[in-house]
Every structure is written in C-alpha cells, then in structure tokens.
Ligand binder design. Structure first.
Ligand code: COA
Length: 168
C-alpha cells in the first residue's frame, strides 16, 4: 500500500471506471474521467503530505502496478463521524485475497499508528464478496443503518460492521 503517483492515472481510470466497481460504492463516479482520476490522485497525495495518511493505493508487490484503493475515511453512509473502512479492487485482480490482505493491513495501521478506537464499514446488502472480506478481517455484523443516499441498487438500508481496538 502506498500513495498514488501520476503514472497510476491510466490504470486508475481503466479499473475504477468499471461499473462492476462503482455499482457497489457510493463514492466512485461513473463514468470515471481522467479529471476524476487526477483529482483523486491529488487528494491522496495531499492526504499523505499530512504525515498521517488514511487513504492508500493498493499495488502489486512484484510490479508496483496499481490494482485498487483502500482507506479509513470512507463514507459512513448515515452521517456518523466514525472512521469507516472502504476499498475497491480492479476486477482482473479479484479472487486472490488481495482485498482481505489490504483491509487487514489498514485496520492494523488504523489501530497501531492512528490510534483509532473503532473502525466501521457498511456494504450494499447484496455485496457478498465485501461482507466476506469484512468478516475475515475480524469485523462483526452489529446491525443495520439507514442510508442518507440509497445505494445504486436502490437499497435504503445497509448492514453495519465494526471492529474495536480492544475487543471486550
Ligand atoms: C469486494 C472486493 C474488494 C473483493 O475483492 P477480492 O479480491 O475478490 O476479495 P478476496 O479475494 O479478499 O475475498 C473475497 C471473498 O468473497 C468471495 N466471493 C467473491 N464473489 C462472491 C460472491 N458473488 N458471492 C459470495 N462470495 C463471493 C470469494 O470467494 C472470497 O471468499 P474466501 O475468503 O472464502 O476465499 C471486490 O469484489 C471489489 O472491488 N468489488 C467492488 C467494490 C466494492 O464492493 N467495494 C467494497 C464496498 S463495501
């Protein structure tokens, strides 16, 4: 996991521009333009310049090529200010455990480096792959939230997941 670089732009636009990614997220525009990509790269670079970054690119260890994104300041869905885990992975890279690896790493970073007390996440009710990732990373399904904005599939409620720094 690292910051974004300007030479990630082509991969970012191609991967994040896939409807199979944005349909499950509330925040990735569709269609995804070069300007969207440039804005996002600049935002993440600013976030890294603070010295306490909360958003990262996911890149393959062997090639350093961009394959996705992960962050702890994702949308909470219901207006809560609790740190919220969010991630996406380019479709050609699905099914290799990369999302689980990246989510587990950023949770560890959030607790140990950012000293967060809790991390939450929510998903579209139909997003079974993402729910598996969250449960595999130790989050527990604790209920449901009412969404401020319906999901792309028109859902107005979403399952809520949470992990505590110190589990009771
Ligand atoms: C969610 C996402 C990141 C998962 O990426 P991934 O690399 O396939 O995830 P992993 O390989 O770490 O694990 C996915 C798990 O879900 C399972 N899975 C995949 N598709 C599934 C489906 N349609 N139904 C049920 N399980 C599914 C996989 O078999 C795997 O299970 P396992 O841990 O038992 O092997 C990826 O699908 C994605 O980017 N989706 C679009 C954006 C998104 O949904 N972001 C999250 C918003 S909450």
């Amino acid at each position: 996991m690292r910051s974004y670089r300007i030479n990630d732009l082509a991969d970012l636009v191609a991967l994040a521009g896939n409807w199979e990614i944005s349909r499950w997220t509330g925040t990735i525009p569709h269609p995804y333009t070069e300007t969207d990509g440039l804005d996002w790269i600049a935002k993440v670079q600013e976030n890294h310049a603070t010295g306490r970054p909360s958003r990262f690119a996911i890149a393959l260890k062997q090639t350093d090529r961009l394959i996705g994104g992960v962050g702890l300041d994702g949308s909470t869905g219901d207006g809560s200010e609790e740190p919220a885990l969010g991630y996406w992975l380019g479709q050609p890279y699905w099914g290799n455990g990369y999302a689980r690896e990246a989510a587990a790493a950023i949770i560890n970073y959030g607790f140990r480096v950012l000293s967060l007390e809790t991390i939450r996440a929510h998903t579209d009710p139909g997003n079974a792959a993402s729910q598996k990732v969250l449960l595999a990373c130790g989050l527990k399904r604790i209920g449901e939230i009412e969404l401020l904005q319906p999901t792309h599939s028109g859902e107005r409620h979403a399952p809520l997941f949470r992990i505590l720094r110190h589990e009771p």
